[in-house]
Design a protein around this ligand. Sequence first.
Ligand code: NZQ
Ligand code: ZN
Length: 384
Amino acid sequence: MIKFDLINPTHIAFGEGSIAELSRLVPQDAKVLLLYGGGSIMRNGVHDQVRKALGNRAVTEFGGVEVNPHYETLLRAAATARDADSDYVLGVGGGSVIDAAKFLAYLVTAEGDDPWDDLKAKRFPQHILPVGAVLTLPATGSESNPVSVITSVKRHLKYPFSNPAARPAIAIMDPSTMASLDRRQLGNGVVDAVTHVLEQYATTSTNTPVQMGYSETLLEVLFEWGPKLLEENTPEARENVMWAANQALNGLIAAGVTEDWSTHYIGHALGALYDIDHARTLTPLMPAVFRYKLRDKQQMLARYARRVWKVSEPDDAKAADRAVALTEDFFRRMGLPVTTSELAPVVISADDVVEHIAALGQMPLGEGRDIGPGEVRAILRLAR
Ligand code: NZQ
Ligand code: ZN
């Protein structure tokens, strides 16, 4: 097991009706900056529930956070928060809004008009605002992790800022908020969570039986309940997927293991360059990454095939190959693309993708730090 440090202080209130818990969990005297996205919370009743629970606390609202949130928009949100003297950020929405709320928590107190470079270099302000999250789309785990994936339109860059101090103090997870999600967003969410588990699992085998077993359970739950969620969107399916997606990226299964975020980092480049839904950048790439690195990942992929997919193939190479095909098939069944040609009319420029990853200092990728520019190009060729 690799030495690790694990802390997750997010207070989670889970279950139907839990938005009302805001009245107990947000400090009475908080001056709240309520951040939201394109307006889904106005149409599905979530906004009304939030305002009711906040009671007579001072609230300033800032809407219009984009899918794949823009740094430039958040600079405006920070100015609004400063003008209103806000001392608490409440993000209400999916991963984009919650990422934005966490980023805003330190953007408000950051020095200068354009602190992107300082924040990217982890020069975070000492004092940041506390954050609350009301989750309406299970996918990213953002509601209880330290990451904010933010796009600078001016720079054409999408970067995962990570600041432990920005982990939400509270996360409200009410599965009934998922009733208004369409099939596309439900499919995106389930599949994003699956890739999160696999990037912390399908790497090298180490002595981490607890983490491996929990990852396998999360995958089984997502494979069983994801399709049911898409077909019927029942309360049982909602709560199982919402909880699994949270556990997939809250730090727990990453403890002590080797990780490979190459699918996500290449996917973020596609998101920045072509503005594609996050999950749809991942599904064409992950099978290609696995096939390209089949030998290095063979042991874990074979274990995944046998334990999760119940494949009874004794040969490790064949079992690993089967696991990749079954994963790809699942992505397809959930309605996501499995080749980059399906992203048409987008045409991917490998040069631009490589440049994006290099500009962010993320190269080399992979658990063995052996995926450089040539390997990224080869993966993109395999993903076509
Ligand atoms: O903007 P609104 O109007 O709220 O509509 C959203 C948006 O159009 C809608 N939606 C959300 N909840 C809804 C709803 N519509 C109806 N009913 C509801 N209950 O769904 C659309 C997509 O929302 P978004 O927040 O963009 O989706 P998601 O949760 O998939 O978040 C994607 C973002 O998270 C980042 C991605 O890169 C992307 O920017 N990620 C964050 C991570 C993290 N913090 O750890 C890790 C992930 O790997 C990922 O990179
Ligand atoms: Zn993701």
